[in-house]
Structures are given as structure tokens and as C-alpha cells.
Design a protein around this ligand. Structure first.
Ligand code: PLP
Length: 454
């Protein structure tokens, strides 16, 4: 128990929170009226709130707690590192053992053509780094006109100016003159929402060809990179049709532009492979990473860089004017190493691929029979349900889009489970250690929540 939770009842904590704490991505007026949920501690896939309720963390925090909560082994590794060297920077030709060991480990886990990591503290910073890397790379290659980066509408790449610009969240762009110049967006491969007049396979090819059209319109000699999440997470777990990535692969092979696979959600086992791009047979030039790198125990991100880009950019013999005070932070590196050690030792990636992933998927897809569900989809351990007002006309949205999602999300919390609402899709992304029993609880709770919402 924290000091505050011992001393104050929930209401007092909520009032104190409302008085001084501005929450990210939150409507503070309604939050202050209702009061925040106060989470006191967590263990495995279970959260405990200030009222003593046990709640299944169906979102692994924010898509990040791969190894589950309360791993003493990670806390101990961080404690040891903090006693040895709590902080030193990696600027100006200095380094330290944990960042050396982590870099070696990541290079081993990555596909063969990726052997270098640049560190930062979050996924957003990773994509800021990507922004500068791809443009500087082409400068060094003698092609300074190659500056445009192509992203996708409804993609999410973080909340800094670069991340927001690369992402395709129109609400975030509306905050003022965004995206920054030199970013172009193409349509997303969202069959249920935008492509159902074609078969999924036809639509997959159609959506991928938007990239080819954009390259032709803008000019290949002006384009630096294409950035995409293997599966769009924050956009609503948009799992592309099977034809999508093969067609993108064909296009990228024919064109001289870099491919950035944003692995912030899909990396570290979420799709049953170490990286989401490998799940789809894609070869990335750059891979922004964060979240599952430390399972969220400490903030850390990075960009994994292919030999092609590393040789062109890093080894060009000039300084790359970029870096953060906390790039390669020793305690965060120690947390990452301990986390990766658990993922490997417990075979969590393989478990998602051949055990808990298929087990949960089989049960999750059956939720598609519920009268409120227009589509159930899942890959690895990330899934969505599309709520619809009329099952006979499944692509017709609710009159007030998002309202059913919010009701369903809040009801699920009351029923003992966290899920997320994106518009009217209900999202799950549980820790990779979820047991079969917990998966059964998860599905039963979602079913009850749908019944309560219906
Ligand atoms: N990229 C993707 C795919 C993400 O889902 C996120 C966060 O959800 C980010 C980048 C940004 O990461 P962070 O919130 O750590 O800055």
C-alpha cells in the first residue's frame, strides 16, 4: 500500500487528484465529476483498486506489460543497477555495461539485417528520431530531395509533433497546423469500416495500392519513407486483410524508399513473433520500439536500425545531431534486460503463437455471434469487437459514434476487467502471461458486459 492509500479513503484521493493532476487523453471536466479510478497495486494480470476490487488488466496497462505486473526480478535488477550506476549519459563517446548488454541482446533478437539500436525514452521519441534519421540518411546518400514521409490515416505514432504528424489522427492534427510539412497520409486497410463493398482480399490489394498511387503522384525522388504499424493498435486494432502486406512488400521492393515498421505495440511477442513485421514477412529498414521492451516497468524506447541505414547514416563519419539525456539510461536498460530474460525463459513469444493466442482467439471469435457485435477479430494477443446497432446491417454505425463503446468500456470495469473503447470497437491486448483460466474469465466478462450494454 502507498502512504496515501493507507491514509485517505478513495474519495479523498480522487479529490486530491482532481485538484492537481491533468491526465493525458482525458476529458477532465467529466473525469473530475466522476472521480478517477485509483489503482493501488498489481500482480500478474490483476490490478487492485483503492476499494480492494481485483480487475483483470485486459490492456496490459497501455499495451505494454508483456510479462505481467509485479515481477520482483525486474525490480531487483533495477535496484542493483541503481546502486551501481543510477545514471550516466551515453553522449560524447561514453557507455556502460547495461546498455552494451541490451544492445547486443536486441541485435540477436532482431532479424539478421538489423544490428544497431538508438535509444530514447518512449515510442513518441522513437518516431521523432525516425523522422530525422530517414531525412538525414537520404541527405548523406546525395538525395536531399527525398524528404516526404508517407503515413496512414488513423495510424498512431505518438504524441510529440513528429509522432502526431506521422500518425493520422485528425483530432490531434486539429490542435494546430499539423501535420508538419512533408508528411502525406494514405488510407488505412480497415476493411470493416471502409472497405466492405469489396471482398477483404480485394480490399487489401486496393488499400496497399494507395501507397503506389501516392508514390507516383508525389514522385519517388521526393519520398524518404513509408511508416506503418503492422496492426494499427490505437486506431482500433485494424488487422489488415491477408493480401495487404504482400502487396506493400511488392511495391516497396520496386521503389527506393525506406520502410519503417512501428513496433511499439506489435513488438516483443504481441503477434506471436518478436516483431510484428516478421509476423507479416516484412523487412524493415527502421523499427521504432518501446512499451514491451521494458514491459512498462521503466520508460524506454529506441529505434532499431538496419545495416543499410546504419552504414549510410551512422558510419558516414559525421555527428548525427540528435540525442536525449536519457538515451540508454542504465536503470531502464537493466529493466529491459530483465524483462527480455523473462520473455525468453518463459517462452512467451511462442506461447502467444501456439498456446494462449489460439486458445483466446477461438473463444474471442465466438463473441462475433453476440447481437451487438458486427465483427470479432484477433491476431496474436490483440483483438477487437466492432459494436453495431443492427446485426443484419453490420456496417451501419451507431447514430452517436463512440457512445456504445464508452458504456461498454465502463461496464467492463464494473464487471472486473479493463478493456478499451476506440469509437465503437472494444479492444483487448492482455499480458502475454494470461492463463487459460484467465482467458476464460476474460471472455465470460466481455460476454456479460455485452449483455449488460445491449
Ligand atoms: N507508436 C505506436 C504504434 C504506439 O501505439 C504508441 C503509443 O501507444 C506510440 C508510438 C507512442 O508511444 P509513447 O506513448 O511511448 O510515446
Amino acid at each position: 500500500m502507498t502512504a496515501h492509500s493507507n491514509i485517505y479513503p478513495t474519495k479523498a484521493l480522487q479529490d486530491l487528484d482532481a485538484a492537481h493532476h491533468w491526465h493525458p487523453f482525458s476529458d477532465m471536466k467529466s473525469l473530475n465529476k466522476e472521480g478517477s479510478r485509483v489503482i493501488i497495486r498489481a500482480d500478474g494480470v490483476w490490478l487492485t483498486d483503492s476499494e480492494g476490487n481485483r480487475i483483470l488488466d485486459g490492456m496490459a496497462g497501455l499495451w505494454c506489460v508483456q510479462v505481467g505486473h509485479g515481477r520482483k526480478e525486474i525490480a531487483d535488477a533495477v535496484y542493483r543497477q541503481m546502486n551501481e550506476l543510477a545514471y550516466y549519459n551515453t553522449f560524447f563517446k561514453t557507455t556502460h555495461p547495461p546498455v552494451i548488454a541490451l544492445s547486443e541482446k536486441l541485435a540477436k533478437l532482431a532479424p539478421d539485417h538489423i544490428n544497431t539500436v538508438f535509444y530514447c525514452s518512449s515510442g513518441s521519441e522513437a518516431n521523432d528520431t525516425v523522422f530525422r534519421m530517414v531525412r538525414t540518411y537520404w541527405d548523406k546518400m546525395g538525395k536531399p530531395d527525398k524528404k516526404v514521409i508517407i503515413g496512414r490515416w488513423n495510424g498512431y505514432h505518438g504524441s510529440t509533433l513528429a509522432g502526431t504528424s506521422l500518425g493520422g489522427m485528425k483530432g490531434m492534427h486539429a490542435q494546430g497546423d499539423l501535420p508538419v510539412p512533408g508528411v502525406h497520409h494514405i488510407d488505412q486497410p480497415y476493411w470493416f469500416g471502409e472497405g466492405h463493398e469489396m471482398s477483404p482480399d480485394e480490399f487489401g490489394v486496393h488499400a496497399a495500392r494507395k501507397l503506389e498511387q501516392a508514390i507516383d503522384e508525389i514522385g519517388e525522388d521526393k519520398i524518404a519513407a513509408f511508416i506503418a504499424e503492422p496492426i494499427q493498435g490505437a486506431g482500433g486494432v485494424i488487422i489488415p486483410p491477408e493480401t495487404y502486406w504482400p502487396e506493400i512488400r511488392r511495391i516497396l521492393k520496386e521503389r527506393d524508399i525506406l520502410f519503417v515498421s512501428d513496433e511499439v505495440i506489435c513488438g516483443f511477442g504481441r503477434l506471436g513473433e518478436w516483431f510484428g513485421s516478421t509476423h507479416y514477412g516484412m523487412e524493415a529498414d527502421l523499427m521504432p520500439i518501446a512499451k514491451g521492451l521494458t514491459s512498462g516497468y521503466l520508460p524506454m524506447g529506441g529505434v532499431m536500425v538496419s545495416d543499410r541505414v546504419a552504414e549510410g547514416l551512422m558510419l558516414a563519419g559525421e555527428e548525427f545531431y540528435h540525442g536525449y539525456t536519457y538515451s540508454g539510461h542504465p536503470a531502464c536498460a537493466a529493466a529491459a534486460l530483465a524483462n527480455l530474460e523473462i520473455i525468453e525463459r518463459e517462452g512467451l513469444v511462442e506461447r502467444v503463437k501456439s498456446d494462449i493466442g489460439p486458445y483466446l482467439k477461438e473463444r474471442w471469435l465466438k463473441l462475433g455471434d453476440h447481437p451487438l457485435v458486427g465483427e470479432a477479430r484477433m491476431t496474436g494477443l490483440v483483438g477487437a469487437l466492432e459494436l453495431v446497432p443492427d446485426k443484419k446491417n453490420p456496417h451501419k454505425p451507431f447514430r452517436e459514434v463512440g457512445a456504445a463503446g464508452v458504456i461498454c468500456r465502463d461496464t467492463s470495469f464494473g464487471n472486473g476487467m479493463v478493456m478499451r473503447a476506440v469509437r465503437d470497437s472494444m479492444i483487448i491486448s492482455p499480458p502475454l502471461v494470461l492463463t487459460h483460466e484467465e482467458a476464460d474469465f476474460l471472455v465470460a466478462t466481455v460476454e456479460k458486459t455485452l449483455d449488460d450494454t445491449y
